[in-house]
Design a protein around this ligand. Structure first.
Ligand SMILES: *Cc1c(COP(=O)(O)O)cnc(C)c1O
Length: 444
């Protein structure tokens, strides 16, 4: 039994599980042993728990879609008596995964479409995503990148990433490189060191960040040697991935403490999952436990439209309900942004409850978390110098020109969709200039 703030979780000591009863402590705590002894078959799973029929068929039928692997440590967190155990739901395939919904997409975030070099996705103006391996210690059943992960492209090599590095050398607008995968920490120390070293040779890259679930699924991977490598490449940030308070064990706490002690700012990207964490009270508990471990909740993601995971999806409303239960009710540090990554490459879009009720020239009407209405009087002074008379706006080559920010910065007047019937008509019939009213210039 492990107590987690009023909740009790059934977590077994590994020596209680017949499969591991003779495993000595030093082996159990060795991440290579963990990676080499993942549960990958029904026979092995049956030595850890008695699978339900749904799980048994899931393990067999899912094999052709998306690999199944659970490191012994993470498997030891599964409750053998509860098929709805949140860890078990994330780790053990169910037959529902073989049903593809009409909304499902192979590459819902269009990561391949926005890819200028193998492993690289460049969608946003100043930052890129770099996949350095397709290998993960644990294959989450709701993986957004299941089209790529676990398909035995093997560990990528510096040579395979060279086109990506060469692209980045030329892309001087990129100041932030996000390493992901697979799990970018489930690689050999020397390879990771090589990737970071190569990136740090590119002067315009200001920050490097790592997205890794290792502190949750194989905390043994956070070794003194790994930490000493990461420390060499500051400023380096790390976002990890916990979905349930039960996952924050003493081992996980130790792993994140080692990273935090090395001066690595830590964030958490949680995925909202039906049956696992779609509860505002439980989410608040998770956020509190993260903050206690010096991990700042960064995002809660709406589940993506990847194939075979519709049973994990909640309605978007659930995310708003959760934020409504956090903001104002608890420390701001414990309130992440709720994000929908828009299918089709729309990117991350934050959603939150409405706090702006109305506004006039003179005041803004706001509501707080208690439902009270308050007014904020606007200042009786001339507007700010931005963008027209502001030195920073006028001189910084990286100042925003895209989107609504571009309109506000006077860099563009409007954003017009190009594929509408109206636009097609305009192309077909040259504008008639006989009626004066229609001679308004298109751009000014
Ligand atoms: C999520 C993501 C990023 C990073 O986004 P942030 O909001 O800065 O964390 C960058 N590139 C791609 C393609 C992404 O999906």
């Amino acid at each position: 039994m492990v107590m987690a703030g009023g909740y009790e979780y059934n977590i077994r000591d590994w020596r209680e599980v017949p499969l591991w009863k003779d495993v000595p402590e030093d082996r159990w705590n060795d991440w290579r042993w963990q990676a080499g002894h993942s549960i990958k078959s029904l026979e092995e799973l049956k030595q850890v728990l008695a699978p339900t029929e749904e799980e048994e068929r899931g393990v067999i039928d899912c094999a052709k879609y998306f690999k199944f692997a659970i490191p012994p440590y993470y498997a030891s967190l599964m409750d053998p008596n509860d098929p709805n155990c949140p860890v078990r739901l994330q780790a053990v395939p169910k037959v529902a995964e073989t049903y593809f919904s009409t909304a499902d997409m192979h590459d819902p975030l269009f990561e391949d479409v926005d890819s200028p070099a193998p492993g690289l996705t460049h969608r946003y103006p100043d930052r890129v995503l770099l996949l350095i391996t397709d290998y993960c210690g644990m294959y989450c059943r709701f993986c957004t990148r299941r089209r790529f992960t676990a398909h035995d492209h093997g560990i990528q090599s510096l040579k395979a990433l060279e086109p990506a590095f060469q692209y980045l050398e030329k892309a001087t607008e990129v100041r932030d490189v996000l390493l992901s995968g697979g799990d970018p920490l489930m690689v050999k120390d020397e390879y990771l060191d090589g990737v970071l070293k190569r990136l740090r040779e590119i002067p315009h890259i200001e920050i490097v960040r790592i997205g890794s679930k290792v502190p949750c699924t194989t905390p043994q991977r956070i070794t003194p040697n790994l930490v000493s490598i990461l420390k060499k490449y500051h400023p380096l940030w790390l976002n990890t991935h916990f979905n349930h308070p039960k996952e924050i064990t003493p081992e996980a706490s130790k792993a994140v403490a080692m990273l935090a002690d090395a001066g690595i700012p830590l964030g958490c990207q949680t995925v909202l999952l039906r049956g696992v964490n779609d509860c505002p009270t439980l989410m608040k508990r998770l956020m509190h436990k993260l903050v206690m471990n010096r991990v700042r909740p960064y995002y809660i993601y709406q589940c993506d439209l990847s194939e075979g995971i519709e049973h994990f999806r909640t309605r978007v409303a659930k995310g708003l309900e959760i934020v409504e239960h956090l903001r104002g009710h608890t420390s701001g540090y414990a309130v992440p942004l709720f994000i929908v990554d828009a299918p089709g490459g729309g990117g991350k879009i934050p959603l939150m409850p409405n706090y702006l009720v109305s506004m006039s020239d003179k005041k803004v009407v706001l509501r707080n978390y208690e439902g009270g209405l308050f007014s904020y009087p606007e200042p009786d002074v001339p507007p700010s110098a931005c963008p027209d008379k502001c030195v920073a706006c006028q001189t910084d080559a990286r100042a925003s020109v895209e989107g609504v920010a571009g309109i506000l910065a006077n860099k563009k007047q409007r954003i017009v969709p190009t594929d509408t019937l109206r636009e097609q008509r305009k192309k077909k019939h040259r504008p008639q200039v006989t009626i004066p009213l229609q001679v308004v210039p298109e751009d000014h």
